[in-house]
Design a protein around this ligand. Structure first.
Ligand code: NAD
Ligand code: IPM
Ligand code: MN
Length: 355
């Protein structure tokens, strides 16, 4: 099966972690029926500095015509905020990637790295955040109206709510979850009131699934108080952005968290949820696992290969038993750099795929 993968390395640690994601994809193409062709599609701050555009048309054309996009991270501290980052929005909105799938799973070997005590971890953490990805506060560019006033308007449409909420219920059903939790701010915000109404309308079509509503502020405490209570969590764009970084640290590090920006059946974008991390860029110490787990999501969601996705997850768990990057390091285990972690995971994957 031949697949074209667009690759945006981006800024800061973006290129460092993407190189490890590419290593994994090469192993998959060496040991399975998949054959990958990679096409670079530069975006972000570095390319902005060169051409004054954070997403040149040439890059977007490559992305549009690919089977999937592997994306690093964008953002440079010497550029005004948003200069590089709006490229992410251009892609999400340009391709109408309305689902942002963000799994938060605490792997067994990382239990000691979870900041929660045993009693709060309970029976474990395995949550899928499904973040609406094209509307809400991100729907329009907003404006600085004058020196004293700036605005962004939170916009939710019926179509925008329905499609992502329906995706969440279908996802929960497919995964044999028993409950879907919706996170909103319906005690104040009008778009949340529409969202909540639609959540229950759609929920009626899924009688076997329990439905739960939680306000965003309370959810933030429940997420650290009893994360084991949650399975599928569906929420709006801004809330989803925030809770996914909170969730990421529960599984050991922001460097562990992956995501898929998805429009089912169309070209989708896979990226770690972290940013360009200027504080550690260029040091070869970034954790590449968030990116490698994004490759896993690409295999399962875009390339319909759950089998390879699970082998890859298996390879990552095996590697975590042996060595760690600094962000998740443990005294009794070897500390490795970004490239060494990528090498270790690809070696494990090779063994598993050979069988
Ligand atoms: P960040 O996610 O880059 O970093 C936050 C903290 O987490 C830092 O201490 C960093 O060192 C650590 N971290 C992040 N990724 C890591 C990894 N793989 N391994 C180990 N540690 C890791 O967030 P920030 O510092 O707020 O943002 C930096 C830049 O990235 C900003 O320009 C921001 O706008 C941008 N950003 C881009 C994206 C994206 O491209 N999708 C996402 C988030 C932030
Ligand atoms: C993310 C990022 C982006 C977002 C930024 C870079 C626009 O934080 O993917 O979580 O807010 O969605
Ligand atoms: Mn974010």
């Amino acid at each position: 099966m031949k697949k074209v993968i667009a690759v945006t390395k981006g800024d800061g640690i973006g290129p460092e972690v993407i190189n490890e994601g590419l290593k994994v994809l090469r192993i998959i193409s060496d040991y399975t029926d998949f054959e990958f062709e990679f096409k670079e599609a530069p975006a972000g701050g570095m390319i902005y500095k060169k051409f004054g555009n954070n997403l040149p048309k040439k890059s977007f054309d490559i992305i549009k015509n690919a089977d999937a996009l592997l994306f690093g991270a964008v953002g440079l501290p010497d550029l005004p905020p948003g200069t590089a980052e709006s490229a992410v929005l251009k892609i999400r909105q340009g391709l109408d990637l309305y689902v942002n799938l963000r799994p938060i799973k605490l792997y067994d070997p990382l239990k000691n790295r979870c900041p929660l005590k045993e009693e709060f971890i309970g029976k474990g953490i395995d949550i899928t955040f499904i973040r609406e990805n094209t509307e809400g506060l991100y729907a329009n560019k907003g404006a600085v109206l004058n020196e004293n006033k700036a605005e962004n308007i939170m916009v939710y449409t019926r179509k925008g709510c329905e499609r992502v909420i329906k995706y969440a219920f279908d996802y929960a059903k497919k995964r044999n979850h028993t409950k879907v939790t919706s996170v909103d701010k319906a005690n104040l915000l009008k778009p949340s009131q529409l969202w909540r109404k639609i959540f229950h309308e759609i929920g009626k079509n899924y009688p076997s699934l329990e439905k739960e509503d939680i306000y965003i502020d309370a959810f933030c405490q429940w997420l650290i108080r009893a994360p084991y209570k949650f399975q599928t969590v569906v929420t709006g764009n801004m809330f989803g952005d925030i809770i996914s970084d909170e969730g990421a640290f529960l599984i050991g590090s922001l460097g562990m968290a992956s995501s898929g920006n998805i429009h089912p059946g169309k070209v989708s974008m896979y990226e770690p949820i972290h940013g360009s991390a200027p504080d550690i860029a260029g040091k070869n110490i970034a954790n590449p696992i968030g990116t490698i787990l994004s490759v896993k999501l690409m295999m399962q969601e875009s390339f319909n290969s759950m089998e390879i996705a699970l082998e890859l997850e298996n390879a990552i768990e095996k590697a975590l038993h042996e060595a760690r990057t600094v962000d998740i390091q443990e005294k009794h285990l070897k500390t490795v750099n970004t490239q060494e972690m990528g090498d270790l995971i690809t070696a494990k994957l090779k063994e598993l795929l050979k069988k």
